[in-house]
Design a protein around this ligand. Structure first.
Ligand code: PMP
Length: 284
C-alpha cells in the first residue's frame, strides 16, 4: 500500500513517525474516515469541515488547503487502485522535542497521515440485510465527544465487550439516555417519525447524520431531535445507526430484546437506499 506522510507518498513500511509524536503519547490527534464508492469520495466537504472544526477546538493548525486535501485523497485512491473502501486521515500535533504536557511551540509542524483501506461489499453489505444486534454500556468517554480525536480506547473496549456477548456493537448510555453508538449515531423509528439525539458536546456531529436527516425530511419523514432511552428503543418500530463507513445500518436488537419484528424494517432499508443514491450523486 502507498500511504501519505507529511507531503510524501511512501510504501507503508517506509512511513515512520517520531516516538515523541503527541498523537502517540497523548492521543493528541484528530481524524476523519471517508468512504470511497466507484473510486469517488463521499461527503468530502462535510468531513473537511468537521476536520477544520476539530482542529480549531484543539488550537491545532495545518496549512493544507482544501484542494491539496482533495488531491491527496485522489492520488491515494489512484495509486492504490481503490474502487470501494475508505480513506483514513489523521492530523496530530506533532512534536519537536521531548514528552511534555504543554503544547509544542507555535510553528511546530503537525504530523499528517493518510491511507486507504480497500473493502469489498461496502455498499452491498450483507449485514445491512439482516441488521445488527447491540448491547448497552455506560458512556465512560470524556465530555467533548463532538471533537473527533483518536482517543478511541473506550469505544474499542465496548466493541470487545459486545463481541464477547455475541453481539455486533454497543450503544452508550448516560444519565438514563442513549448518547450514541461506539462509532456511530443512533436513531429509532416510530411510525413516520425518526427520533435521534440533538447535537451537543455529548455526541459526534456525524456527517452521515446531517445528510440522512436532510434526505429523510425531503422524503416527508418527521424528525424529532431529542434523547431516548433503551426501553423506548426496545418498544420502537425500528432502529438504525449511521456512519461514514456503514452508511445506514439497521439495528434489530438491544440488550436481548427484539426491536419491532426483529427483522430489518422498511424505513431503515429505504433510508439506506436513499442515502447511498444521494451521496453517490454528490460524490467527487
Ligand atoms: N459517533 C461516533 C462516536 C463515531 O466514531 C462516528 C464515526 N466516525 C460517528 C458518530 C458517525 O460519524 P460519521 O457519520 O461522520 O462517520
Amino acid at each position: 500500500r502507498i500511504v501519505y506522510l507529511n507531503g510524501e507518498y511512501l510504501p507503508e513500511e517506509e512511513a515512520k513517525i517520531s516516538i515523541f509524536d503527541r498523537g502517540f503519547v497523548m492521543g493528541d490527534a484528530v481524524y476523519e474516515v471517508t468512504s470511497v464508492l466507484g473510486g469517488k469520495i463521499l461527503e468530502f466537504e462535510g468531513h473537511m469541515n468537521r476536520l477544520a472544526r476539530s482542529m480549531a477546538e484543539l488550537e491545532m493548525t495545518c496549512d493544507l488547503t482544501r484542494d491539496e486535501w482533495v488531491e491527496i485523497h485522489r492520488e491515494l485512491i489512484k495509486r492504490n487502485n481503490i474502487d470501494e473502501g475508505m480513506v483514513y486521515l489523521q492530523v496530530s500535533r506533532g512534536n519537536a522535542g521531548d514528552r511534555d504536557f504543554h503544547y509544542p511551540p507555535e510553528g511546530t509542524p503537525p504530523t499528517v497521515v493518510l491511507y486507504t483501506q480497500a473493502k469489498e461489499n461496502l455498499a452491498d453489505d450483507p449485514k445491512a440485510k439482516v441488521g445488527i444486534k447491540v448491547i448497552s454500556l455506560p458512556d465512560l468517554r470524556w465530555h467533548r465527544r463532538d471533537i473527533k480525536t483518536v482517543q478511541l480506547l473506550y469505544p474499542s473496549m465496548a466493541k470487545m465487550a459486545a463481541e464477547k456477548a455475541g453481539k455486533n456493537d454497543a450503544w452508550f448510555v448516560e444519565d438514563g439516555f442513549v448518547t450514541e453508538g461506539s462509532s456511530n449515531n443512533v436513531y429509532i423509528v416510530k411510525g413516520n417519525k425518526i427520533i435521534t439525539r440533538q447535537l451537543s458536546h455529548d455526541i459526534l456531529h456525524g456527517i452521515t447524520r446531517a445528510s440522512l436527516l436532510k434526505y429523510a425530511a425531503e422524503s416527508q419523514m418527521e424528525i424529532e431531535e431529542r434523547p431516548f432511552t433503551i426501553e423506548e428503543a426496545q418498544s420502537a418500530d425500528e432502529a438504525f445507526y449511521t456512519s461514514a463507513s456503514a452508511f445506514v445500518m439497521p439495528v434489530v436488537e438491544v440488550d436481548g430484546e427484539a426491536i419491532g419484528t426483529g427483522k430489518v424494517g422498511p424505513v431503515a432499508a429505504r433510508l439506506r437506499e436513499i442515502y447511498l443514491d444521494e451521496s453517490l450523486k454528490a460524490a467527487i
